[in-house]
Design a protein around this ligand. Structure first.
Ligand code: AHN
Ligand code: ZN
Length: 340
């Protein structure tokens, strides 16, 4: 607020005091003629539990898995892209499909599509929500069928499923704030740790790297960003992850405190963890300069992702509606609280 704004409020308060004193000496009596200044300085209303339907989020994950693994350059990937764009459009979002070709660590050219949905594109006050929609082309953490692609119900499906349900609720609530939902492609095509080739930096997060260098609108900006990655498994915990704490500690605090108010501290634990690996928010922070956090399942005790991570066990059987609800309510409440 500028100097003028402060002066204005001071002046209004002064008048209020005089008006109240003038009315009578009774402290409990409140002037009915001066409700406006009160509204100006009023606190935010108490946080409400938003409508978020976990059955619906679950269904959106099932639909993605039903296409088959969403591996770039496959038919399932193309069909899933059409489904995701169509769904976001059906909730009133304006769609931009950002297409590019990138080289993977193994020399393959990958055709990627970042799917971007804009709600109220005309507003400058914006929030960015994102998740990756592609799935890992191999099961390098499995002991069997290591070269076959995975279902990626949790890793790929869950973040997108929760965000589609949030999009559906945003259309109903019509908040007065700009919201961008981006489904990034090519996150999970990173070099396996046992790969014999020379170590390559930046082999993960190919779609978000491209977008961060080439945002869908010139001078694109958002107040902050929230990434959802592996947010659907039973009993998942989300720790305060190191890259988020480095670039956007105030957003971590905001989201974790909303989770706590809504009774979701079992999932959003007040524990910081060190680097859990590269993720899309790294590039959104570092290159696009949007302070962004990652809600990502990580077990501080085993210092690892869930046991199903990058294995064939990452299928619908690991998805749990209580976790989807905890994440969905928390992220949606965060967005709605920013609206005015
Ligand atoms: C790495 O393991 C390098 N990054 C973890 C990010 C990730 C992979 N999220 C899902 N799959
Ligand atoms: Zn992955």
């Amino acid at each position: 607020m500028g100097q003028n704004g402060i002066l204005k409020i001071k002046t209004i308060l002064l008048f209020t005091v005089i008006a109240t004193l003038g009315a009578c000496g009774d402290e409990s009596s409140k002037s009915t003629k001066t409700p406006k200044p009160k509204a100006k300085t009023a606190q935010k209303p108490a946080l409400q539990r938003p409508n978020f339907n976990a059955d619906s989020a679950f269904y959106f994950i099932q639909k993605q898995v039903d296409f088959g693994p969403r591996v770039p350059n496959t038919e399932a990937h193309q069909k899933a892209a059409n489904y995701l764009s169509g769904k976001l459009a059906s909730y009133g979002f304006e769609i931009i499909e950002q297409k590019t070709q990138v080289k993977a660590f193994n020399g393959k050219n990958l055709n990627l599509t970042n799917i971007i949905g804009e709600y109220k594109p005309e507003l400058n006050n914006r929030i960015l929500l994102f998740a990756h929609w592609d799935t890992r082309p191999f099961a390098d953490q499995d002991t069997e069928n290591k070269t076959k692609p995975i279902d990626g119900a949790n890793d790929g499906g869950s973040g997108v499923g929760v965000l589609l349900e949030i999009a559906r609720q945003i259309e109903k609530a019509q908040p007065n704030i700009g919201i961008d939902i981006i489904f990034f492609d090519g996150e999970d095509y990173g070099q396996p740790s046992d790969d014999m080739r020379q170590r390559q930096s930046g082999s993960w997060c190919l779609g978000s790297q491209y977008w961060s260098r080439n945002p869908h609108r010139e001078n694109y900006s958002a107040n902050f960003g929230i990434l959802l990655d592996m947010v659907g498994a039973k009993d998942a915990y989300f720790t305060k992850e190191a890259i988020s704490m480095y670039y956007a500690p105030h957003i971590v605090d905001k989201v974790w405190s909303i989770a706590s108010t809504l009774g979701h501290s079992k999932h959003f634990v007040f524990q910081e963890t060190t680097h859990v690996g590269e993720d899309d928010h790294l590039y959104v922070n570092r290159i696009a300069k949007i302070p962004s956090i990652d809600i990502i399942q990580y077990d501080p005790k085993t210092r690892a992702f869930a046991p199903h991570w990058h294995t064939h066990d990452d299928n619908m059987s690991v998805i749990d509606k209580n976790t989807l609800r905890a994440v969905g309510e928390t992220v949606l409440a965060t967005v709605l609280q920013e609206a005015n």
